[in-house]
Design a protein around this ligand. Structure first.
Ligand code: MN
Length: 264
C-alpha cells in the first residue's frame, strides 16, 4: 500500500518551523506555548522538487463551478453566486505521482462519487482580496478528488440539513503533490479529465469554470480570512458518477502528473 497521508510528522517545534518556512510567509495561527497532554498529527503534502512539505490549514471546496455540472445538480448556473463548504484537514489522502493508492470505500453510502478538481494552495493570507491581486496569494497547485457520499449529500440537502456527512469524512480529500505556481504558472485553462477503469467519465477545460481561481480566492476571502496552507478545491466538471470497490480512478490536468487511486 502506497497510500494515505503524510500524517506521521508530529508537530514538534523543529518540524513545525521547517514546515512553516517551506510554504508560508507568516505564522499559521496563534498557538499557545503551553504543554499539551497529548500530540496530534499534522497534515502535510509533499512539494514537488523539494524535500519540504506543505502544511494544510483548512480545506475549502467550491460547489457547482462548471455550468454543465451545475445543471446536472439541479441549479441555475446563471444566477448562483459561488458557495463553499469545508472538509476536515485530516481528510487529506496524498497520492504520490506514478502510484495507484488504495482508497477506502467509506461507510454509510451506496452511491459513492468522484469529482475531479484543480486545487489551489494559498501561500499568502488576507481578507477582502481584490480579484486582480488574488493570484498573488496562490502559492501552488495540485489536482484532487472531492470524494462524495452522493446519496447522503442529496438526502441531507432534501431535508435542508448540512452536507457534512456527504462531503466531510475520512480520506475524502484525495490530492497529488503541490507544484509551485512560480514553476507551473497559474492554471486558467487546460484539459481536466477523469477516467474510471480506463473509460472517460469527465472531460472539460479549466477555462469553463464559472468562477475562476482568482475570483474564488477573492470571494472566499470576504467570508473568511485566508491563511497560508489553506486549500481550495475549485469545483468539478459535469458527469460525476459512482465508483465501487475495485474501480481504478485516474484523473488529469494539463501540466500536472496524473493522479490514480483504486477503490478498496
Ligand atoms: Mn466538488
Amino acid at each position: 500500500m502506497t497510500h494515505i497521508t503524510r500524517r506521521g510528522a508530529l508537530a514538534t517545534g523543529l518540524t513545525a518551523a521547517a514546515v512553516t518556512a517551506s510554504c508560508s510567509t507568516t505564522a499559521m495561527s496563534s498557538a499557545s506555548s503551553g504543554r499539551t497532554p497529548f500530540q496530534i498529527a499534522s497534515t502535510t503534502i509533499p512539494i514537488v522538487g523539494s524535500d519540504d512539505v506543505c502544511p494544510v490549514r483548512r480545506i475549502y471546496c467550491i460547489g457547482r463551478n462548471y455550468r454543465e455540472h451545475s445543471v446536472e445538480m439541479g441549479s441555475n448556473p446563471d444566477r448562483e453566486p459561488p458557495f463553499f463548504f469545508q472538509k476536515p484537514t485530516d481528510a487529506i489522502q496524498h497520492v504520490p505521482a506514478g502510484t495507484v493508492a488504495d482508497h477506502p470505500y467509506p461507510t454509510l453510502t451506496k452511491n459513492y462519487h468522484y469529482e475531479a478538481e484543480l486545487v489551489a494552495v494559498i501561500g499568502k493570507g488576507g481578507k477582502n482580496i481584490p480579484t486582480a491581486q488574488a493570484l498573488e496569494h496562490v502559492w501552488g497547485y495540485s489536482l484532487g478528488l472531492d470524494m462524495t457520499r452522493r446519496d447522503l449529500q442529496r438526502a441531507m440537502g432534501d431535508e435542508k440539513k448540512p452536507w457534512e456527512i456527504g462531503k466531510s469524512f475520512d480520506h475524502s480529500a484525495v490530492i497529488g503533490a503541490v507544484h509551485r505556481a512560480a514553476q507551473t504558472g497559474h492554471f486558467t485553462k487546460g484539459a481536466i479529465w477523469l477516467k474510471v477503469n480506463g473509460q472517460t467519465k469527465q472531460s472539460a477545460d479549466l477555462s469553463q469554470m464559472i468562477w475562476s481561481v482568482a475570483e474564488q480566492v477573492s470571494k472566499l476571502s470576504e467570508a473568511n480570512e485566508l491563511f497560508p496552507g489553506d486549500l481550495i478545491y475549485s469545483g468539478t466538471p459535469a458527469n460525476v458518477g459512482p465508483v465501487v470497490r475495485g474501480d481504478v480512478i485516474e484523473m488529469h490536468i494539463d501540466g500536472l502528473p496524473n493522479l490514480s487511486v483504486r477503490v478498496v
